[in-house]
Design a protein around this ligand. Sequence first.
Ligand code: Z5A
Length: 222
Amino acid sequence: MRSNDHVESGTPARRGLFVTIEGTEGAGKSTNQRFIAGLLSAHGAVEQTREPGGTTLGEELRALLLKVRPETFRFSAMAELLLIFAARAQHVEEKILPALEAGVHVVSDRFTDATYAYQGAARGLDPAIIRQLEISCIGDLQPDLTIFLKVDAATGLERVRARGESDRFEQEKISFFESVQQGYLRRAETFPARFLIIDANQPLDQVQCAIGEAVGRALDRR
Ligand code: Z5A
């Protein structure tokens, strides 16, 4: 579906707000996705989704990307990148664009900024290649608001490891997550109009206070 198609004929629905939540492990993305969806639900229908994932194909690819054991095989960085964009192309075409065009607000736990941070900054792939894939797979689709929950890598890992078994990414060294963090900060510098950086080391109520203000401003701008 192209971004200027409308789901129904007649007066097109006002486009939904597209909010993405980013951060390293344990930053509080899932927790705050639910909080944001609750805020937006006072202003219309809301779709909560995630990357990689969000569709049947995307969830299959997610399982492959996160669950494969290192002793089975090691992903090449480029193979990892291509699978993430395969999942994203399906996600945007099947779920995100139709929802936004029908006036539904979409809140995604991660989106393209994650690829620049993980596969670009941390795995060392050329951001120009990521950009080419981005244009080819999703065109000019950008979030209206990106909330970057900035947590110290050690604190975040402690939060998720308290849950039990780690996935393939969570088994990386702390230096990997520090590179991811730097990658996100560069994205925030490049796109200051849509990015909000929140200190996610703070107690949850303070994090959510800052999120509430940002979502309110994004709704006003819409
Ligand atoms: N990936 C990639 O490489 N490239 C890409 O383009 C994309 C993804 C899209 C997806 O996993 C993996 O895919 C990801 C990168 C890669 N790497 N990993 N791992 P994910 O996003 O599903 O996994 P995650 O980042 O590890 O998410 P998570 O473990 O579910 O963490 P979270 O959602 O950020 O945190 P949470 O579940 O909301 O909170 C964790 C705990 O902390 C929980 O008990 C909360 O109650 C608690 N919490 C949350 N906030 C606070 C505060 N402020 N204070 C105290 N405690 C808190």
